[in-house]
Design a protein around this ligand. Structure first.
Ligand code: AMP
Ligand code: FES
Ligand code: ZN
Ligand code: ZN
Length: 308
């Protein structure tokens, strides 16, 4: 297989784009495409300050690397969740995020949930009925809360996460299987800060396949954590990813067109904005200033206070 641009040996073949590229042209292509998506979806401008949420995984570290190479002003945020299972999942992902930032002279904020709130995510989850068994729901809520808080406090214009096409297609698959219009209307490469106390959220990698990000990280020599969160084993989202990969095997491009056609339908108004659960975020939490669905403290502040 030869590079379409220069004829040298290709390092990757992207069947869905009918495009094979050598290392040099692949690394350039990823930069160009990301820049194109940032513009197309009006994610941010070079004047804006970006906070990249990094988990130590290939997607978020690659995203930070790409934004840095494109010349954007992007700082990082790592949230220490206190998940010890596996190889010491949280400690190792923190080490890799710190190493990445140090190698490039970039600024990384670190929030250690245990230090800041007095208990780890698994400990918080153990106290709630919601979290019994798996801490993922509590973890997701805590991450959203902390990301938004640090972005606001640091005066950042936008918060960027490393969600890739496989993540987005799996979420979309779940939301269409269960036909949840409220979630469908909100699934977007950009979530505007349409409530006081919220920061704009963007997903610049949402059109790249997971394998493309793995190839990017490898070719750039980025050291990342290979392990998934130990609690994700057996999750619905991994199951949906497997199903979509099987579909992709037989029909290259199926995942991408599933997602892009959804975005197009959404833009054309297929999902009524009345279904947006954000509309219900009419109240402001008196403790943290973030929007909530009901008067009084938000779910995260209540959870944290219920420990003491
Ligand atoms: P996940 O929910 O684990 O699939 O991660 C989705 C995105 O959330 C990642 O690409 C990161 O941008 C961000 N993220 C996940 N875990 C963390 C963490 N511990 N600290 C900061 N950002 C995170
Ligand atoms: Fe939060 Fe797995 S439970 S990353
Ligand atoms: Zn080439
Ligand atoms: Zn609150």
């Amino acid at each position: 297989m030869k590079c379409r641009k220069c004829g040298a040996k290709a390092v990757i073949n992207m069947r869905q784009h009918k495009l094979a590229l050598c290392k040099e042209h692949y690394l350039d292509w990823i930069l160009e495409q990301t820049q194109r998506f940032i513009k197309k979806y009006k994610m941010f401008t070079p004047q804006e300050r970006i906070l990249v949420a990094v988990s130590g995984g290939k997607d978020s570290l690659s995203l930070w690397d790409i934004l840095w190479r494109l010349g954007y002003q992007a700082d990082g945020l790592y949230i220490g969740l206190g998940i010890d299972e596996g190889i010491g999942y949280s400690a190792e992902s923190q080490r890799l995020s710190e190493q990445f930032a140090a190698q490039r002279g970039l600024r990384l904020h670190i929030v250690d949930v245990d230090q800041q709130y007095g208990e780890t995510i698994p400990e918080m989850a153990d106290r709630t009925t919601r979290g019994r068994g798996k801490p993922c729901a509590v973890c997701g809520m805590a991450k959203r809360h902390i990301m938004n808080r640090v972005a606001r406090e640091g005066g950042y214009d936008v918060l960027a996460t490393g969600h890739n096409l496989d993540d987005e297609a799996a979420v979309l698959f779940g939301n269409t299987l269960n036909w949840i219009p409220g979630y469908l209307v909100r699934q977007s490469p950009v979530l505007e800060a349409n409530r006081p106390g919220l920061v704009r959220k963007v997903k610049p990698l949402c059109r790249f396949y997971e394998r493309e990000m793995a190839a990017y990280a490898l070719l750039r020599g980025i050291e990342y954590i290979y392990e998934e969160c130990p609690h994700s084993v057996g999750s619905k989202s991994l199951y949906y990813k497997e199903i979509l990969n099987r579909l992709e095997e037989d029909r290259p491009g199926a995942k991408l067109s599933f997602y892009l056609r959804f975005l197009q339908a959404r833009e054309e108004g297929l999902f009524a904005p009345q279904a947006d659960p954000q509309v219900e975020l009419l109240h402001t939490c008196p403790s943290c200033g973030q929007p909530t669905t009901a008067p009084g403290e938000c779910a995260f502040c209540r959870l944290v206070k219920s420990a003491s």
